[in-house]
Design a protein around this ligand. Sequence first.
Ligand code: GCW
Length: 680
Amino acid sequence: SQDGYDLWLQYYPIEEATLRENYSTQIQGLITYGSGATLDAAVSELEKAYAGFFDASIPTAISIKENSLVLGTRDNLPAYVLPSLEGEFTKINSEGYIIKKIRIGNTPATVITAETEAGLLYGTFRFIKEMQLRNAIDKISITDSPKIQIRVLNHWDNLDRTVERGYAGFSIWDWHHLPELIKPEYIDYARANASIGINGTVLTNVNASSVVLTSAYIEKVKALADVFRSYGIKVYLTARFSSPMESGDLETADPFDPEVKQWWKDKADEIYAEIPDFGGFLVKANSEGQPGPNNYGRSHVDGANMLAEAVAPHNGIVMWRAFVYSEHDPDDRAKQAYSEFVPFDGQFHDNVLVQVKNGPIDFQPREPFHPMFGAMPDTPLMMEFQITQEYLGFSSHLVYLPKMFEEVLDEDTYVQGEGSTVAKVIDGTLSNKKLTGIAGVANIGTAKNWTGHPFGQANWYGFGRLAWDPYIDSEEIAEDWLKMTFSKDKDFVDEVSEMMLDSREAVVNYMTPLGLHHIMDTGHHYGPGPWVGNLDRPEWNPVYYHRADSLGVGFDRTTTGSNALAQYAEPLREKYNSIETTPEQYLLWFHHVPWDYEMKNGKTLWHNMAAKYQQGVEEVEDMVKTWNEMEEYVDEERFATTQMLLQIQLKEAKWWRDAVLLYFKQFSEMELPEFVPTPE
Ligand code: GCW
């Protein structure tokens, strides 16, 4: 629809006559085996898609006949179907699926099957997607399985419906009207997530309120869990560490206190009595003022394991965040998570995952990968990406994030020699992890199109795709998304996917090129603010990160500085220790570099910095031009919205360039190169 509500699940009539004919020939009668809410969800999706594609009800059958569409888990399929699927089940895991055109005797039929109902649902969405993409289905043969087990969204949603770092309206969870009012959005949210394989959602902000653990709220959470269950989605909550004192009446939240332990056990029992498949807890502790075990002289392990024991009898998990840094030791914030967590490797209980942001600072346009990845082989580490664009222009700027996610996942940690990529840490293959996970901080809100910027949907979609398979190409994801969201026309897809892929480097160039970071305005993080901010904590001030002075700019994290690079494995350590061998994209992340330092192209650092900012602006100009050519492929509303937003992005790219260069000019005392227009 024009307002974007349908996301990538748009089932418009298939206009191409031959294809229409061909598809409907292939779907002569739907026949399902088994029963259950998830199977019902799959069938209802097929009905919806069929009605949309063909403007008719999907034909059903009571027994397999020519070109039936057969849906059922392995256990539920009739025995005589199984021989035609010989060998296929060895290719999938419990959430995977098989879609295959088979012959039962002389009767051709298409089977969608899996080990579990969830797999069946994923297979159904995939089958529909094949038609959305106009792929042939007459000889279809697809098997696929997720490579990561826990694929969750993290909502930073507060109970009053404000959303921390949310730019798409208010929270979609209408707590006030729950548990009675079940909004259609909840179901569409679940459909969208299931279509990309997301299997969990953390409903509440990591800066948590203990109110959500009271029985009145557990009832509301249960209502959501009941909706999401049919779509294979588990519900999780954030657990505020001091809850036993706030939501209960204990005097302490010390994890070694027997009463505290008992309180959490009872709380878990209470939740599981209502929500038997409750996922577990996500915890931010001793970070940015949040309470935690350190308040009682206990460690992260002590805190995490106590909660893990409370949910273990119910097969729950604890996702314990590693995003910690202390105001008492401002030497280098980039080092602290590693220093606090790595010594505890191997001491967390089996049902604990440590959730690590992609980089060691905080969701910047570009950061080197977090050195914890690979450094804790005996602890399941899960990735935390931020889908909401806190530091990347909120929902005003078009930035295609899967390109960045891909860059991080592909980075080589070298911890077990070459090829020890971050993706292999996350999917558990590098050190044989049984429990694996990935989280994305959601960009979803009450905006009609869910994400504010129409292209914000691509970041939600792409996160899901990479959570399912961290090895797929971000280009393929962009193309799939464009075809399902806007138009299948090749010219459109080629041009716009290129624009999306380039948008990530554009934002790096006009905001923080060459390894600069955290120079956004303090507090809200929107727009440039490299000058001294108004916050008292030193590590919240941009000057802490860029360290510009008359000699140069950048954060020395080498052996002569904070030595944060010691947290990386060789040969990265050595590579990053020298200016010459540090990739230019990380230059000022690791080094304090003289303004007149001669870079690879023979020009000074100052010249190169100016060139990058200018390039960023020009890249946005190109995006504007590309989009302006696309009017014929896109409906009026979404075309115009994107066009207007791109104008904001262009204006702000210039704002970034001018503000940052004028600010740094005071230090460099060098002239701006001629190609930079005189700032207004
Ligand atoms: O990115 C920073 C944000 C905080 C956020 C914190 C975190 C939820 O500025 O708003 O708090 O990180 O990830 O815990």
